[in-house]
Design a protein around this ligand. Sequence first.
Ligand SMILES: Cc1cc2nc3c(=O)[nH]c(=O)nc-3n(C[C@H](O)[C@H](O)[C@H](O)COP(=O)(O)OP(=O)(O)OC[C@H]3O[C@@H](n4cnc5c(N)ncnc54)[C@H](O)[C@@H]3O)c2cc1C
Length: 378
Amino acid sequence: MHTPVTIIGAGLGGLTLARVLHVHGIPSEVYETEASPTSRLQGGMLDIHDYNGQLAIEAAGLMDEFRGIILEGRQALRVLDFDGSVLFERGDDGTGGRPEAQRGDLRRMLLDSLPEGTVRWGHKVVGARTLGDGRHEVTFADGGTVVTGLLVGADGAWSRVRPLLTDAVPEYSGTSIIETYLYEADTRHTAVAKTVGGGSMFGAGTTAGQSINAHRESGDTLHAYVELTKPLDWFDDIDFADAEAAKARIAAEFDGWTPELTALITESDGAPIHRPAFALPSGCRWERVPGVTLLGDAAHLALANGEGANLAMLDGAELGKALAARPDDVEAALAEYELAMFVRSETPVQEDFLIESIFGDEVPERLLAMFENAQRKS
Ligand SMILES: Cc1cc2nc3c(=O)[nH]c(=O)nc-3n(C[C@H](O)[C@H](O)[C@H](O)COP(=O)(O)OP(=O)(O)OC[C@H]3O[C@@H](n4cnc5c(N)ncnc54)[C@H](O)[C@@H]3O)c2cc1C
């Protein structure tokens, strides 16, 4: 095998791959566009599932470290109707299969588990080309290059490695997420803090593709994800730099909803953040190209369904294991990994299993209908 394995992107997928390779004594180098591990806030809380993300953490030999970063109590769940009536409520007794951790803590856990210098910060990839014989040349924004015999694109939605394998490009799904943060919620936003409760809260109306959801993150920060189905040019007309006007415009779409829920928009500390949801065509596959593959969002960017980070980590772990198992036949290892990855990313988690894993076995009819509706949409 050509080593070090060259990985583009130090997100959860790329770092899990680097870690699993390290566990098996295989060196790698990870090129990351961000200038340092602390140059950007890493986003919200992630539930790490016992059927995918946790399997990756086990393969990485980091279960003890993972237990140390789980946010206790955050598997508590509330589901509210648009008028504030409670459709479902459950506490967190610590036995659920979807413990929550901050994305930044997960990334730090993986970074700390790698040999010093594995990640080359401040290396933005601008292109990659095939040289033949399974070798590729990667070009960085500063004009530097690296030639590698084994290249892995773990560089997310807008991967610069993907064009080596497929012409597929992400398309706008028609739905956007608007993120807001409410800080010191228990003292500064007491009513809405109660509405969200100790963990996650889903607020659903009667229109598919429109919801107000929130997590209680570390500290007492509320982090809301407001889902709106609108064309991109509708959002272009909103000046997100004008926080008050942007909040008012988004909240106006939730006319008739209880202020307990819309307060997650109107009481936002700072301007709402617009995140259009892009996705690759489902079933995106490619023919084997020697010496290069993809993982995570680079391979199968999908609508936010709570699985993306979990799948990226599992891809990283499975690819690392496949390479470790077949060091003398890298092409066979890549083919085996890709086939399983294509099937995994195309196969939605069974609806019954998902409902039970989230809600247990006592789910109100109204909630089931809403959930099925949302699943159909994604
Ligand atoms: C609002 C929102 C909420 C979500 N919630 C959840 C959730 O609750 N649970 C869940 O499982 N998933 C969730 N997801 C999906 C999840 O974030 C992604 O699926 C996951 O981050 C994919 O991991 P990755 O390692 O493949 O890519 P990324 O996390 O995107 O990492 C890619 C890395 O590559 C780097 N990079 C990018 N371009 C270059 C370049 N040109 N050169 C060098 N480096 C580069 C980036 O800086 C980054 O560090 C959510 C997504 C969004 C948008």
